[in-house]
Design a protein around this ligand. Structure first.
Ligand code: UDP
Length: 238
């Protein structure tokens, strides 16, 4: 069920299986494992601990991690995009009448994201929301708001590693069952930031599309070769 890449266990069944799998947890932290998140975890104990807790599960979100799993001779079944898991969870919550709290992004994107989801999944229960621009070490009011709203799911879209730090620090004191970091997904669902065309996603070129739309991302791509080298090197060591 898992592929071992460096010191991480990466989920290696299909996306549909994954949606069934997470229902078995009382509390779960879903981590979109892209090279950046995993590489950061190798250099930061608290992030690493968050990735490897027993109620954390890492999905192979990104071509870099799919390639890494091949290098590690433990190939994952398929890439599982965080944003697609998010939509599957939204649909499940709508069908089961479970509430969701949206935390992250700029207010305008957040509002539009929730509006679009409510249109697409009529009957969806959104119990609360807050933008993602606050000090995560000093956010009692937001934590209280989440507690009072009693969501089943807390989506956190504040980019990495801020969203992982927030979830790692607070999930045990919050009432939700499912916690998921979603990077820029609220922006994409808001319609203000487009996802790559399907053919690019299928060819593993989503990263190229994102760089073409937001050139500042090019700096962040440097982590992919570093991560892959680390995987290759650690394999030779065995
Ligand atoms: N963001 C936020 N708070 C911050 C910094 C960023 O809510 O302090 C939001 C930002 O508005 C955007 C998302 O986090 O919606 C950025 O995520 P990014 O695209 O960096 O994540 P990726 O998808 O690359 O993991």
């Amino acid at each position: 069920m898992f592929s071992r890449v460096l010191k991480y266990d990466i989920y290696n069944e299909s996306k549909n299986e994954f949606i069934k799998y997470i229902k078995g947890f009382n509390k779960i932290h879903i981590i979109s494992g892209n090279p950046e998140v995993l590489y950061n975890g190798m250099n930061d104990n608290s992030l690493f601990k968050g990735c490897t807790e027993k109620n954390s599960v890492i999905i192979p979100d990104g071509i870099g991690v799919v390639i890494a799993s091949k290098i590690a001779k433990a190939p994952v079944k398929e890439k599982i995009a965080g944003i697609e898991v998010m939509e599957a969870i939204v649909k499940y919550c709508r069908d089961e009448k479970k509430g969701i709290y949206f935390l992250g992004a700029k207010q305008e994107m957040l509002d539009k994201c929730m509006e679009n989801l409510k249109k697409k999944y009529s009957g969806l229960i959104i119990v609360g929301s807050h933008d993602g621009y606050f000090d995560i070490k000093n956010c009692e009011e937001i934590l209280n708001d989440i507690k009072e709203s009693s969501p089943h799911v807390l989506f956190v879209a504040m980019g990495s590693p801020k969203q992982e730090r927030f979830i790692n620090q607070y999930m045990n004191s919050l009432p939700a069952s499912i916690y998921m970091g979603l990077g820029g997904s609220f922006d994409v669902i808001s319609g203000k930031l487009k996802r790559a065309p399907r053919w690019m996603i299928n060819m593993g070129l989503e990263w190229l599309y994102r760089v073409s739309k937001e050139p500042f991302r090019i700096k962040r791509l440097g982590v992919i070769p570093k991560f892959l080298l680390k995987v290759t090197f650690s394999k030779k060591e065995k």
